[in-house]
Design a protein around this ligand. Sequence first.
Ligand code: KG4
Ligand code: ZN
Length: 383
Amino acid sequence: MIKAPGYLETQKGYGRAERTVWQAGRKKRTDMDRTEEIEETGTAKDVLILAVESSCDETAASVVKNGREVLSNIISSQIALHTTYGGVVPEIASRKHIEKINQVIEEALCEAKVSLHDITAIAVTYGPGLVGALLVGVSTAKAISLAADIPLVGVHHIEGHISANYIENKELEPPFICLVVSGGHSHLVAVKDYGEYEILGRTRDDAAGEAFDKVARAIGLGYPGGPKIDKVSKEGNAEAIAFPRAKVADSVYDFSFSGLKSAVLNYLNQCEMKGISVCQADVAASFQKAVVDVLVEHSMQAVEEYGLRKFAIAGGVASNSSLREAFVRECSRRGIAFYSPSPIFCTDNAAMIGTAGYYEYCKGVRHGYDLNAVPNLRLGERV
Ligand code: KG4
Ligand code: ZN
């Protein structure tokens, strides 16, 4: 293995017992030094993470101070580009990332008013996601790590989404239950500690965001479906059509959205055959309500059963206004503390990677230059 600066010989834990061994004889500040620094002076230098995210259709970079203070959050979205094709085209996404990534990183440093010399470590999403898209971020981060001689920390994209909750909720600490609903994932997770997760439930077929995108396409709203359904639903009647609330027979926490999607398609076909005009807003609102009901019911069941009185949401679908309102209502009724990132930190961004990267960095996680993109990286898995 070729090791990046600061790659740890021992990654088992952190604290006094496991002194960091830095490679290539470079004199660097170690986690141990940091502990000694705090003991001697009562203060420690700030940890500045430069974070890079390129797992799907957003090229993003951010500088995050001490895990929870976002100094910059630059996002270059490719949505307009992919709209022509009705969804993300992986090859186009990779090319656009290559075009944008250096500029986005420069902007992030500039807005944070720091240079690479000030950066403690570089964190990058290495999975899950589109392999070509991930590779752009990973290669760039490795190059910066080598050129600027700063440690490299690979971050799991979904752990990033969960960690977005720490940014604006300074008091939030694990353990808590988190519902992660994005374009590729729907997970109900027990966050036991920083970087420690237990998956309680997951989707058996489509992810929640995927269902939003497919239904939006079917009712003529186009891509990206989630925000469009959210908007048009405000004009519709959520009780107009009784779409099914799917239950998975052998698991109370698993989700299934493909049956709901088929029910919407059947409804549209039947209307067409009978010559009945379809009210787009009513279909959108009724579909959205069916998704929200299931997400709320499963999540609240997990919170009650696990006895954790803290609940958070994360991922692109977590920016859905109806879902947020439903959780605010339900959590307050049950006396559960509810946390949600602002919409800008729900959809893909690099600040969340900086936050997750900070906690990984503090644990002593360092990656070598053999860090690769892992498109199917599982939550909690470490490569
Ligand atoms: O987390 P994200 O930005 O990317 C992934 O990691 O997948 O999530 C994107 C997904 C898309 O499916 C998009 O339609 C959905 O999040 N989404 C929404 C809303 N905003 C984005 N779904 C419902 N309501 C929204 N307001
Ligand atoms: Zn995402």
